[in-house]
Each structure stands twice: as C-alpha cells, then as structure tokens.
Design a protein around this ligand. Structure first.
Ligand code: GLN
Length: 529
C-alpha cells in the first residue's frame, strides 16, 4: 500500500487539487493503478445539499455519491471512475462514529477524537488505498484551519501504522512575490511548513505555487528552513492550461522522486497522448461559440464538468470552444437577446444544462425554441431535456400550458415526479442518482453517436417525462431515442427535423475525459463546426 498525501498551507486556491490530480496522471501514465480521495473538512455529510453558488458543482460518482467537484477533476486527469467512498467529510466521519456509539459498538468505552475519530479516518483511507497501487489523498482546507487538526493527526499516524516507505507527504504552499520590490518572499513557506512539522509531519515535497520559476538561489534557503531536500522543492508556475501541469511536474522529475521516497522501482512514463491533447488545447486552429443558458451563469464552477467536457470535445477538433454564459432571466427581460447572440457570432451552438427550481425557466424554454426553429446545434442536459420536452409540447404539439410539476404552476404536466418508479430505483431516496443504463433506438442519432444500443450515463434528478405523454410527443416527430425500465423512462431524445438537437435526462459531462470526449459534446462541437 502506497499513499501520497497532499496538504495545503496559507491560502486556498493554490492548486492543491491540480497537484493531486497531476501526480495521479504521472503515475497512471507510468502504468500504475491509481485511486484518489478528497477528505473534506466541512460538516456536511455529503455535497448534495450544498449550493452551487457556494461550492460549485455537485459531482456525481458512478455509484451515485454526491461529492465535491474536485473528484471530477481527479476523474478527468487520471481517467478513473471513483466511488462514493472517495469523499469523506467531517460530517460523515462523526456520523459514523456516533452511530457506532449508539449501537454500542464501543462497549461502553469513552469515545474520543483520538483514537475513535482518527481510527475512522484511517480506516476509510486504508480501504481506498487497498484498491490500487497508489492512492493519492488530498486533505481539504488548509493546515491550521479549525477543522484540520484531526485529519492531520490521522495522516501523521498512518506513516507509523503502515511504515515510512509507504507514505509520502506533499505540501502545497505559495511562494509570494512582491511586485514593487521585485522580490520573492519565502516566509509563508517557512511558517506553513513549521505548522505542519508542529503537528508531527515532515513534508517530503514542497510544491511552491508561484507565477514564475523559482530563482535557483532561493531553494537552499527554503530547504534550510524546512528540511525538504532542494531537489524536492517543485515549482508550480502558471500554465497555459491546467492540463499542462502534469507535463511541468514531469520535467522536474516529480514522479521519479516520489518513487524514490516510496521505495518503488522507477517505471518509464509515456505522456505522449496527454501532450498531444494539451497541444490541441493550447494551440487550436479553429473556433466555435457556444451559448450556455443557465441559472448560475455568474459562477462557472457551478457547471465545471460541462466546461471541461467542452474543452475535451474542442481539443479533438483542435478547436477553441468559446463559452458564453447566459443568465436565462436576461432572456425573459430581453426577447431580442437570442437574435443578438446569434448575429454577433456568440451562438454557433447552445447548451441548456441541469438545474433545480423554477427561476429562469421561461427564458430557457424561449432559448430552446430559438435553437429548434433556427437549427442551432443544441444539447439539453437533465433539466435541459425536461424543458426541451415542454417546449416541444407547447409549440409543436399545441399543448400550450405544458409544464413540469417541479415549477408548481398550473398546467398540463409533461414532466412529473414518479414516486413508485423512483422508489424502485432509489431504494427510498428521492433523487435518482448514479449510472443508469438505457436502451437505444437502432438507427437513431444517439445510436450513431455512442456506437451502441446499450449505453449509460450518470444521473441526478427527481422528475421524469410522464409515460402517458410519450405518444403525443412521438406522433409529432420527437424521437425518444433512449429509454429505460421497459420504455417507461425517457433518457435520451432527439429532433430529426434539426441538424443536431439532442437532450438527455443524464449528466453526460461527468464522463468526459481528455482525449476521450463524451459523444454528446463531441457531436455538438462537430455540428457547430
Ligand atoms: N430539477 C430537475 C429534476 O429534479 C432536473 C435536475 C437536474 O437538472 N439535475 O428532475
């Protein structure tokens, strides 16, 4: 068992996740199996209840875990599928220990932070570490945060428990640069490393986040204060894309150096595919413009996986995909907005992504109508499928009051909560979560895109297209091209009257990878080109 811990100091937003993910990529490209984990210090039991405004997208694992968006980054960098166990939070860990205590598992012993909470943390890490050659564990938050000490204590103990040759500590710190005097300041690195050492952890590596390369003469000084070997001080300079960071780390020999610390043989590494992908991201030869009509338009992190899926699809065609985030409520206020977007070249294609609640709904429906009537390549995701159905029902089938019961407005429900169906699927949960399989209509566009009649994507939704409305939609020309549960649930639709008009009840963005764009995004970018 080999575990690499990644901690961070001083300030957040220092690319702790980029560091963890990039190390994962290096080991994966050397033929190791890799597992990744993020320990989140917040008190929520999972990320499901956190507002995308506060915390960005809720990422969904294949087995239906609702997790921190960093897991999406790990999956994309390392090309793995993580499980719900990859994202323990303080809330989850305490809940488990308290439930055990209520069940009497501790036989009347005093239940304490050490050893009971730390044991629970360690056992979760060891379970994940046993699943691969290398397990990389990012410790959320910063060393010194109020919630951190118990996690830092647990990862300190693990070195003792499984042996120093099997554990490596990487600490990500800022190398500050004072613009006015043109000087680098190492104090933040010194203080943060001291804080970690006070907790009993001597880092093996420092990853210094800095805009420019570290001047050579600084390394002996940093090394002297921190006891980290000079050659193990790695720089994380600004990159042209985050996907370039594994290449920057490899140039500094990081993978070999970690192998040395972990007493592993040095395996050759092949990053040629990864480099080819990065080249296409940083030097595109063409461009397409996609309007993304959503509720959280001001915060791109709320749709992080959608953004990255577009990067992956664009790279396949050496194409820069420019994203234009449109707040659906703006469309409600200004009906000319869509025409303006199209004539100004900002809308070669359109995405209506997932969402909850009724804000901006009418704006999104107007956008979908515009896409359908003007043959703008369109991809509807989850709520985007539901609204595509409503738009079609209203403007093609003539059911002018078509709606979803989620919006709590009177009308004819085309989208509804199917409690019996969901109960069967979810074992009592209210959201339909995780990977679901669908059967695809032979010869449909979806069939062509996926190249298969049995496909699956990850879900996170509550509502469904009403089974008693399938017929009217079909008879007016909407193709229900992917269904599940004996045709009862609609998973994929397409409109053959348009060049590219597809929507899915799932979240295809979660499965997109560098070098392996998701078929629905691939198809969208291709149609735009
Ligand atoms: N609000 C819709 C539902 O619950 C769609 C959810 C989503 O887009 N993820 O079914």
């Amino acid at each position: 068992m080999k575990i690499i811990f990644v901690t961070g100091g001083i300030i957040s937003g220092l690319w702790k996740w980029v560091t963890a993910s990039s190390i994962g990529r290096l080991f994966k490209s050397s033929g190791y199996t890799v597992n990744m984990m993020k320990i989140d210090p917040y008190l929520q039991v999972d990320a499901g209840t956190m507002s995308p405004y506060e915390h960005g997208e809720v990422f969904v694992t294949e087995d239906g875990g609702e997790t921190d968006l960093d897991l999406g980054n790990y999956e994309r960098f390392v090309d793995i599928a993580l499980d719900r166990w990859a994202n323990p939070t303080t809330g989850k860990i305490y809940l488990t220990v308290i439930e055990k205590e209520r069940r009497g598992d501790y036989l009347g012993k005093t239940v304490q932070v050490i050893p009971h909470i730390t044991d629970e943390i360690k056992s979760r890490i060891l379970t994940q570490a046993a699943k691969a050659d290398i397990c990389i564990v990012e410790v959320g938050g910063l060393v010194g945060d109020a919630e951190s000490p118990v996690f830092i204590e647990a990862i300190r103990q693990l070195r003792r428990d499984i042996g120093p040759d099997n554990v490596c500590y990487v600490h990500v710190v800022p190398l500050l640069y004072v613009e006015v005097s043109g000087e680098y300041k190492t104090k933040a690195i010194q203080l943060s490393t001291r804080q970690l050492r006070e907790a009993g952890i001597q880092p093996d590596f420092l990853v210094a986040r800095c805009p420019r390369p570290i001047p050579q003469e600084l390394k002996p000084k940093i090394s002297m204060f921190t006891d980290v070997y000079e050659e193990n001080i790695i720089e994380a300079t600004d990159a042209r894309t985050i996907y370039e960071v594994p290449l920057l780390f490899e140039k500094q020999g990081l993978k070999d150096k970690i192998e040395t610390v972990l007493h592993l043989d040095h395996k050759p590494i092949d990053l040629s595919d990864w480099s080819a992908f990065v080249d296409n991201v940083v030097a595109p030869t063409r461009e397409v413009n996609i309007a993304i009509v959503g509720k959280y338009a001001e915060l791109e992190d709320a749709y992080m996986s959608v953004r990255e899926a577009l990067v992956h699809a664009g790279a396949k065609y050496a194409t820069k995909v420019r994203r234009h985030w449109i707040n659906a409520e703006e469309i409600e206020k200004n009906p000319n907005l869509l025409t303006e977007l199209q004539t100004s070249g900002k809308m070669d294609g359109m995405i209506v992504p997932g969402g909850f609640g009724s804000r901006g709904i009418e704006g999104k429906i107007s956008a979908i109508r515009y896409a359908r009537e003007h043959d703008i390549p369109f991809l509807g995701i989850c709520l985007g499928l539901q609204l595509s159905v409503i738009e079609f029902a209203r403007n093609v089938c003539g059911v002018t009051d078509a709606t979803s019961t989620e919006f709590e407005k009177p009308g004819t429900a085309f989208i509804d909560y199917l409690p019996d169906q969901n109960e069967k699927i979810d074992k009592g949960g209210t959201l339909r979560l995780g990977t679901q399989e669908a059967t695809v209509l032979e010869g449909s566009l979806i069939h062509k895109l996926y190249g298969s009649t049995t496909i699956s994507d990850r879900h996170r939704h509550r509502y469904e297209v009403c089974p008693d409305k399938h017929e009217i939609l079909r008879s007016h020309g909407l193709v229900l091209s992917g269904t599940s549960h004996e045709g009862r649930l609609v998973e994929y639709i397409e409109n053959p009257a348009c060049t590219y008009f597809v929507a899915t009840q799932a979240h295809p963005e979660f499965k997109s990878r560098p070098g392996k764009p998701h078929p629905l995004f691939d198809g969208l970018v291709k149609a735009c080109l």
